[in-house]
Design a protein. Sequence first.
Lengths: 251, 508
Amino acid sequence: MLEIKNLHARIASTGTEIIRGLNLTVEAGEVAAIMGPNGSGKSTLSYVLAGRDDYEVTEGDVLYNGQSILEMDPAERAAAGIFLAFQYPMEIPGVATMEFLKVALNAQRKARGEEPLKIPEFLKHVKEAAGSLEMDVAMLKRPLNVGFSGGEKKRAEILQMKLLQPQFCVLDETDSGLDIDALKIVADGVNALRAPDRAFLVITHYQRLLEHIVPDTVHVLYRGQVIKSGGKELAHELEANGYAGIIEEAA
Amino acid sequence: MPAVQETIEQVRKIDVDQYKYGFESIIEVDKAPKGLSEDIIRFISAKKNEPDWMLEWRLGAYRRWLTLDEPTWARVDYPKIDFQDLYYYAAPKSQSGPKSLDEVDPEILKVYEKLGIPLKEQEILAGVQKAPAGGEEDDSAANDNVYKSGRVAVDAVFDSVSVVTTFKDELAKAGVIFCSISEAIREHPELVQKYLGTVVPTSDNFYATLNSAVFTDGSFVFVPKGVRCPMELSTYFRINEKNTGQFERTLIIAEEGAYVSYLEGCTAPQRDENQLHAAVVELIALDDAEIKYSTVQNWYPGDAQGKGGVYNFVTKRGDCRGDRSKISWTQVETGSAITWKYPSCILRGDDSQGNFYSIAVSNGYQQVDSGTKMIHLGKNTKSRIISKGIAAGFSQNTYRGQVSAHRKATNARNFTNCDSLLIGNNCGAHTVPYIEAKNATAKFEHEATTSKISEDQKFYVMQRGIPEEEAIALIVNGFVKDVIQELPMEFAVEAQKLIGISLEGSVG
């Protein structure tokens, strides 16, 4: 589903290269975990995949369902089915969460040539999704993410993911700032979305999240490259021994 | 939020240049000779069949004006205006005597049609009947509610004269007088004499004094004691003629316990020369009366290089003369090359209340210096200021406000919130508050923020599949929401669209 080939990317304003020849393939139905020490390029990878223009791709390619997405802007990528659950979701003052969900959903439908969703149908979807994440519908009347707690923000991200039904989901440190109960709810939300035609890229520091969202593959990112790939047992190994051994081995 | 979608579609429909009201109409006009003198003032007064007292009032103002200097304290920069190089009177030629819609030059009707302003009362009603699905007959009971009925009485002012006022008869039945100020001077001189210039005296300031000398038309509203005006009143101003100053004068009086909501809209053709607009608006609210005054100002802002555009020097002031009276100003300012405007409230009556809700959008090379004054004189007076400035392009956007409590204003309260939003790196936002309390019991609060639409915010919204223009519109509409909801419903959507259009091209 996603094929990253010899990707090089740098910060547009400073020219600092962050991703240095990254190769990674994620198949449909797969949950791939990306782990790595601070500063290894994990968040940058998520931004580059979503199309943030602060980063420049200097070499290589990203193929999504066989087609390069590098020329597409973030909205086009989103409409094509790429979703990024942010580590720090942005506050949008004055825009009710419900309203935002509707605008986003209908913008994507429009891009795909579909009719806007009828209001009752839309409300039904929202209520179902919010219920499964134990979110109060009253909260959706509040401006998006404004005054939300860390846990509420992350839940709101997963709510959007559930509604927009993307094909390829990138979760950037979704576990940060979550207590164990919230983590479980969020993980259940993600697990419920696992499907043969959907893939996930789960970026995390810790093994903890992977206890709840069990990955098919684990990839260690270091200095902008994947230095080791393996199954879910690789995560346990990292938890026990840290990154030092693997980094040394790769060097 | 359908308005966002509409904003985008609206923007798409428009050509590269975003000002869609820039067309010029060829209409035969009757003009006074260029320049300003006592003779010109006599000419204007005679054209309007004014009584002698009115002429004397004008001449007094003119003599005063000759002694005044143009103010320079505002943060705006423009070449000196040659007041002798302007026409002070232009009227569509066919217009004379009493007016009904049939007598109006069809070319003028076409202009208003192009602007999307319905002047035919039937059309307004037809528009209403379209709204409910199934097309059932208009339920007359629904008309009690202005918002439900969507009926708006319109006074259309073209260059110097009012061309038509709709729904006059129906308003008259309720005892409401809604007509052009020229007509009011002839038909209701006692009211005009009693109130004109009592809020903004002829000696008030350079532009107001000039207006007093040469004003050509505007609207007059009188709502008698205990009457709730049965519909929205609105005036559309249009400057068409070249080199013609527009000086309109509006006077609104709400007697004891009366209520009226009034909306003003303005547009002008796209021209390379600058056009001058210097209006005066006076509002008077007696005991327990309430006046809501909303403005959607969309004068031509000039082209992308800052050439042309309207100079808008306006004095608007409301007098809460009676106890428990209330005046609210709501304005959406997107046009004009230069805006110099401070709709104010004098809170004279005890327990009176003044509100100012403003959205000022500037793009290109526009310069905005706008704000309000809340002058607390009476006891337990309250005021509230919510100002949202949005600066884009190379524009400069200044909020200038004064809040003062005089010695006798026991328990005066003010809450001020000024937020500025910057789009891009070449614009500026400034906040200049003046706060003065001479009574120790006064409580004034002031909050101000300046923020930028961050790349983070935009990226976040776009990541959800919302295209760039729409993402900006969504964020901006969220930013101005507090003010938009103060507008009459029909105009809230229009205002949201207008803001979207004004910001088109502001992000590269």
